[in-house]
Design a protein around this ligand. Structure first.
Ligand SMILES: [Zn+2]
Length: 318
């Protein structure tokens, strides 16, 4: 009897279930996350890596906040902010300017909830991950905030102070180096701590080790080989420059327009001029563009969050 096509559906079931669970809990499996215990504490040893274009990190913005829809149902808005890309228009940021400048407490609070958050993304090698040893030796992306960025940039640029409006390096004795360099760089102890009184965990206790070559236990030739392998695995950071990653003003207004006191511009008054351009733009991957936006992005509510800077608010003024 020919049993060539006798499939094992139990295996398939497990595979689908695993895939679904992975998507729900991690969103994008290319990203590594520090596993935290019940007290929101944890640590691991990682090494920042450059990508193949020598890019160390990419910066992007997002909005994540809870709101009630027209029926009073709680909805979680969690999407990238189009102000990341040149010419990008974000109705939430535009409204935030008014809320920020408003004398009313409720408006200021709404601004606080909806303000854009700063993210940085870098390639990393996970060296030691006590809570998830299966990650050790693998290349991932790390999505981090201002606290870790500040630690990184302090090594890269030095500790600077303002002198006559210019950034000046504070001390001649400070060792300045690129943490992502394979030879002169340093491993990074990423550490999350949380005081019971704090609302969120903090990464301020993270620190760079002393400078040492990557794979310091290997011989020089073995190291070169290992670095070559790493560079085959690093992710191209230019991905974040793709405008399709960011919701259009219309997509934002379709979701939260009522919250901003605005209707979707396109649905309110169709603009025949801009329509053909739009249709053409979305032609190659119309489904992807839509699903990118609709996919719930990874929950970030427990992560550090950052303020809009004054300069950004000022830039919105026209
Ligand atoms: Zn925005």
């Amino acid at each position: 009897m020919n049993k060539k096509w006798n499939f094992n559906w139990e295996e398939k079931k497990t595979e689908i279930k695993e895939k679904n669970e992975k998507k729900q809990s991690f969103g994008d499996s290319r990203f590594w996350k520090l596993k935290l215990n019940d007290k929101k504490e944890g640590q691991a040893l990682i090494r920042f890596l450059p990508d193949r274009d020598q890019d160390l990190f990419v910066k992007f913005y997002s909005h994540s906040f809870m709101f009630k829809d027209i029926k009073g149902k709680d909805i979680y808005y969690n999407h990238k902010c189009a102000t990341t890309i040149p010419e990008g228009k974000c109705p939430i940021c535009v409204k935030n300017r008014d809320l920020y400048n408003s004398p009313h407490k409720a408006d200021k609070e709404a601004w606080g909830k909806r303000k854009r958050k700063t993210h940085y993304v870098s390639n990393i090698l996970v060296i030691k991950d006590p809570a998830a040893p299966e990650n050790e030796g693998k290349v991932f992306l790390l999505d981090y905030g201002q606290q870790i960025y500040d630690l990184y940039s302090q090594k890269f640029f030095g500790t600077t102070i303002k002198e006559n409006g210019k950034d000046v390096i504070q001390s001649d004795n400070e060792v300045i180096f690129c943490p992502s360099d394979f030879y002169q760089g340093a491993d990074f102890i990423i550490r999350s701590t949380k005081e019971p009184s704090d609302a969120f965990n903090s990464y301020r206790k993270s620190t760079f080790n002393k400078q040492n070559p990557i794979f310091k236990e290997l011989s020089e030739s073995e190291r070169e080989e290992a670095i070559n392998k790493l560079m085959e695995q690093v992710y191209d950071l230019s991905e974040w420059e793709n405008p399709d990653l960011y919701p259009t003003a219309k997509q934002v207004l379709d979701k939260v327009g009522f919250l901003l006191g605005e209707e979707s511009e396109e649905s309110a008054r169709p603009s025949p001029k801009s329509e053909p351009v739009k249709a053409k733009k979305s032609e190659p991957a119309p489904v992807k563009e839509e699903s990118d936006f609709d996919d719930k992005e990874d929950s970030k509510l427990s992560e550090e969050s950052f303020d809009d800077d004054e300069a950004f608010l000022a830039s919105l003024k026209d």
